[in-house]
Design a protein around this ligand. Structure first.
Ligand code: ATP
Ligand code: MG
Length: 313
C-alpha cells in the first residue's frame, strides 16, 4: 500500500484526550473515543524518530480481527469496546484527515478503565525470568524449581497483573491478590478468568499459524450501566504481546522477537541501544515493516491490502 508513514496524527477537529507512545486518543462524543494508532515504534523503551510503514494499520486491523472474528467464536458473550473502524459522517473531520485515519482508527465505547494491566504469561521470559532467577517467584507467585528460560509454565498460563502507571511512569508487577485489592472483589475473578480464557484461545489459534503468543497484556473497563467487564484497548498485537516464530522456538535461551529483532540487532550493532533521537535507515524500516505485515497475514489469513479494501472509502 503506497500510503505514507504517519508519525503524528494531530487532528485539528476533535479534542485530544491523551497521547501515548504510539496512540492519540480523541473525544468522539460524550460516550465514545477515537483511538488512533500512529506508525511510531519503540525499542529498548525509546521511540524512534521515524516510523514503520503500515504499522498503525496492522495493529488496528489485527485488533479488529481478534475482537470481531476470532474471539467471539471461542469466548461466547465476550463484551468489547470496538464500535467501528469507520469515522462517523457526523464527526467534523476534514477529508484529508479522514484519509490519514483510514485503517488506523477505532471508534470505541468509553468505559471506566480498571487501573491494572491484565497480563497473562504462557512462558517464562523478560521480567518474570529475572524475578524467578533471583527469588523463585513470578509476580510474587512461587514457581516450581528448575524452569529454563522461555519454558512454558508447566501448569499452564498464569495471570500476572501489573499496576497501570500514569503516562511516563513505569508499571510495577504485582500479585493477583494485590490486583484484587485494586479492582475490588466484585470484578477480580471476572478479569482474571477472562484474561486467561482469551489468552488460551489466542495462543492455540496463533500456534496453528506458526506464531507463539508468549505473553500478552489486556486492559478491561467497566460498563457502569450494566456492571459488565468489557475488553478494551488494543488486543493481542505485537506491541501488547510477545510473538515468537514457532519454527525457531527452543527453551533454555532467548527467543527472536517476531517483529522488532532486526531493529534491535541494528541498534545494538550501531551502539545506539537506548539512545534518544535515532532514525532508522530505509533498510531497517523496510525489514521491520515486512515483519509486521507477515504477522498480520499469518494471523488473519489475508494481506493488509485485502483487509483495507473491506473498509469504507
Ligand atoms: N474503551 C476505552 N475506554 C477508555 N479508555 C480506553 C479505552 N480503550 C483504551 N483506553 C485507554 O487508552 C489508552 C491507549 O493509549 P496508549 O496505548 O497510547 O497509551 P498507554 O498504553 O497508556 O501508554 P504508552 O503506550 O505510551 O505506554 C490507554 O490508557 C487505555 O487505557
Ligand atoms: Mg497502550
Amino acid at each position: 500500500m503506497a500510503t505514507s508513514i504517519v508519525t503524528s496524527i494531530g487532528l485539528k477537529s476533535l479534542p485530544l484526550v491523551a497521547q501515548g507512545k504510539v496512540r492519540e486518543i480523541y473525544e468522539a462524543s460524550d460516550s465514545s473515543l477515537l483511538l488512533v494508532t500512529s506508525d511510531r515504534i519503540s525499542a529498548y523503551d525509546v521511540i524512534l524518530e521515524n516510523g514503520v510503514q503500515d504499522k498503525g494499520t496492522v495493529l488496528t486491523l489485527l485488533t479488529n480481527h481478534w475482537l470481531n472474528t476470532v474471539l467471539p467464536e471461542h469466548i461466547p458473550g465476550l463484551k468489547h469496546h470496538l464500535l467501528s473502524l469507520n469515522i462517523p459522517s457526523t464527526l467534523n473531520v476534514s477529508p484529508e484527515e479522514r484519509q490519514r485515519l483510514r485503517g488506523r482508527s477505532m471508534v470505541v465505547n468509553k468505559y471506566r478503565v480498571f487501573p491494572i494491566e491484565a497480563i497473562v504469561r504462557g512462558y517464562i521470559t523478560g521480567s518474570s525470568w529475572a524475578e524467578y532467577k533471583q527469588k523463585g517467584t513470578v509476580h510474587g507467585l512461587p514457581q516450581p524449581g528448575g524452569l529454563e528460560q522461555c519454558q512454558a509454565f508447566p501448569s499452564g498460563p498464569i495471570y500476572t497483573p501489573s499496576t497501570k502507571a500514569p503516562v511516563g511512569g513505569k508499571d510495577e508487577n504485582i500479585t493477583p491478590e494485590h490486583a484484587r485489592q485494586i479492582v475490588g472483589d466484585k470484578y477480580a475473578d471476572k478479569i482474571e478468568n477472562l484474561a486467561l480464557a482469551i489468552y488460551k484461545a489466542a495462543h492455540a489459534y496463533a500456534l496453528e499459524r506458526g506464531i507463539i503468543v508468549a505473553d500478552t497484556k489486556f486492559e478491561f473497563g467497566l460498563d457502569e450501566e450494566t456492571d459488565e467487564v468489557v475488553l478494551i484497548d488494543e488486543v493481542l498485537t505485537p506491541d501488547s504481546s510477545r510473538f515468537w516464530p514457532a519454527a525457531d522456538y527452543a527453551q533454555g535461551r532467548d527467543q527472536k522477537s517476531f517483529d522488532k529483532q532486526y531493529l534491535r540487532d541494528w541498534l545494538t550493532g550501531q551502539g545506539l541501544k537506548g539512545k534518544e533521537g535515532v532514525s532508522m535507515t530505509e533498510d531497517v524500516q523496510a525489514r521491520t515493516s515486512a515483519k509486521y505485515l507477515e504477522a498480520f497475514q499469518r494471523l488473519t489469513g489475508e494481506t493488509l491490502d485485502q483487509a483495507l479494501a473491506k473498509l469504507e472509502q
